[in-house]
Design a protein around this ligand. Structure first.
Ligand code: SAM
Ligand code: SF4
Length: 363
């Protein structure tokens, strides 16, 4: 791996030294072999993209015209599970399935079940645009998937079409209702906060989530799509909170997990116990890189240690070897995590946008 941006030397160890020798000798538990980077951040959170295909074309995420990868390039469910079997003893215990649109991958519930059976995996979530959710919610829930994030930026069909270049708002709302009926809890509704759009949608979304028992989360618009990004286009977290506090009800900070990217708030009036949380992911105005515990596996088997990484490490070849060398794969994962840089540098002049857009990485 050779990073185009220089790695800052603020870590506890010199990155050039490589990761410390794995502590997997007799008498030590597998948890001692943690995935640590050169800044001391421990990684337990793996985002797995299962496809780069999508049934929407959100302007902030992907281009209108796109060539998707051939199916043969995508990791099979067995290959993904084999990867997770190697990553789990290294400390990965939390997984999120994403894409592209993960529900475009046939029989995704089977993968959820296979991953739920891997020893050490405690938590599996899914991020979906919700279009196909009504048809699959029950089988996913039965397979052991309990945490669900549904992306929805607006409740207005015309604005939905403008943002996603497709119709489908009704389907998403049906999906959310069905997910709640089958028992998913919590259900988070994710919206991207783009100036010029979000001002119109923040209040209706907040009211809808409050009344329907969904947790609402806004993500500051990031430079990872196909369109041109400027800082001026970001509708900032503090503006969102101010708008909801003024137009919906007063918000008070909730006890957020410091390693979680979202800062959570509840309504002071206590209304909507279930949906009483508003979260903001201030990726631009308050980056959470110093707490980052994530790594990503793309649908075509590349390991990325940061959403904005300029380098990635192929693991597909190792996974496709007739006799896979699990220790070699474990070492590849360790090395990838170790090489992680300090932060994404979006706010710096040195920032370089990755070649892949969000749909091809996995959000
Ligand atoms: N298709 C699924 C969906 O939309 O939920 C999963 C993949 S999508 C890439 C994952 C998340 O990334 C979505 O919540 C989406 O809103 C978010 N996202 C995509 N492009 C973004 C951007 N430029 N800035 C911030 N969030 C973005
Ligand atoms: Fe598809 Fe999700 Fe990207 Fe929208 S955000 S284009 S739904 S992958």
């Amino acid at each position: 791996m050779s990073a185009k941006r220089p790695l800052p030397m603020l870590g506890k160890r010199d990155p050039a030294e490589g990761p410390p020798a794995p502590l997997t000798t007799v008498g030590l538990t597998p948890r001692r072999s943690l995935l640590t980077d050169s800044f001391g951040r421990i990684h337990n959170n793996l985002r797995i993209s299962v496809t780069d295909r999508c049934n929407l074309r959100c302007t902030y995420c992907m281009p209108e015209e796109v060539t998707f990868r051939d199916k043969s390039e995508l990791l099979t469910f067995e290959e993904i599970t084999a990867f997770v079997r190697v990553a789990a003893p290294l400390g990965i215990d939390k997984i999120r399935l994403t894409g592209g649109e993960p529900l475009m991958r046939k029989e995704l519930h089977k993968l959820a079940r296979m991953l739920a059976d891997v020893p050490g995996i405690k938590d599996i979530g899914l991020t979906t645009n919700g279009l196909l959710l009504a048809d699959h919610a029950q089988e996913l829930f039965d397979a052991g998937l309990k945490r669900l994030n549904v992306s929805l930026d607006t409740l207005d069909p015309t604005r939905f079409r403008a943002l996603t270049r497709r119709d489908g708002l009704e389907k998403v709302l049906e999906g959310l209702a069905e997910a709640r009926r089958v028992g998913f809890a919590p259900i988070k509704v994710n919206a991207v906060a783009i100036r010029g759009f979000a001002e119109h949608d923040v209040v209706p979304l907040a009211r809808y989530c409050r009344e329907n028992g969904f947790e609402l989360r806004f993500i500051e618009y990031m430079p990872i799509g196909a369109d041109s990004w400027e800082r001026e286009k970001v509708f900032f977290a503090h503006e969102i909170l101010e708008l909801i506090g003024r137009e919906v009800a007063e918000l008070v900070p909730a006890n957020s997990d410091p390693s979680a990217p979202a800062q959570d708030y509840t309504y002071r009036d206590g209304f909507g116990i279930l949906g009483g949380t508003v979260g903001v992911i201030a990726s631009i105005s308050r980056p959470f890189c110093h707490h980052c515990n994530r790594l990503r596996l793309t649908a075509d088997g590349k390991l990325r240690n940061c959403l904005f990484a300029l380098d990635e490490t192929d693991v597909r070849e190792q996974l496709r070897k007739p006799c896979m060398d699990t220790e070699a794969l474990a070492e590849t994962i360790r090395q990838s995590v170790w090489a992680k840089w300090e932060g994404h540098e979006i706010n710096a002049a040195t920032f370089v946008k990755p070649d892949r857009t969000m749909h091809a990485i996995g959000g």
